[in-house]
Design a protein. Structure first.
Length: 130
């Protein structure tokens, strides 16, 4: 299934982490990231940590972007975590290690830009996601 604009996937969020939290409710002024435990659609699990990359391709399609060989981005996701919705975190980040999903997160646009432009920050955020 190819991810497209408007797709709704339920993403069960665990907790905010890593990237500096925003004090203001303006969602797109600060980089925000929420760790997630599973990607679901209509109650069915699509992707979870430990899944093979083939599962990611089958369930989510080709990544919209890659920040690095092992960091895949899928845009236009909606989650059921109030914080993620409040901060416009609509990019699903899938971190791959040894051909398996190592971690999942939702980020807002500013976090994606910050990580793309600052490799050291990307590495710190990936460590925080584990």
């Amino acid at each position: 299934m190819k991810t497209s604009v408007g797709i709704f996937c339920t993403i069960v969020a665990l907790a905010a982490c890593g990237v500096p939290a925003a004090a203001a409710p303006d969602a797109d002024t600060h980089p925000i990231m929420f760790r997630v435990s599973v990607v679901e659609k209509h109650g069915a699990t699509l992707v979870k940590p430990g899944d093979h990359t083939a599962t990611v391709y089958r369930e989510l399609g080709t990544p919209d972007n890659k920040l690095a060989r092992h960091v895949w981005l899928f845009h236009n996701f909606a989650g059921n975590h109030a914080g993620a919705a409040d901060h416009a975190c609509r990019t699903l980040v899938v971190v791959i290690e040894e051909d398996r999903v190592a971690s999942l997160a939702l980020m807002n646009r500013r976090a994606v830009v910050a990580l793309r432009d600052q490799p050291a920050r990307l590495e710190r955020a990936l460590i925080a996601m584990k």
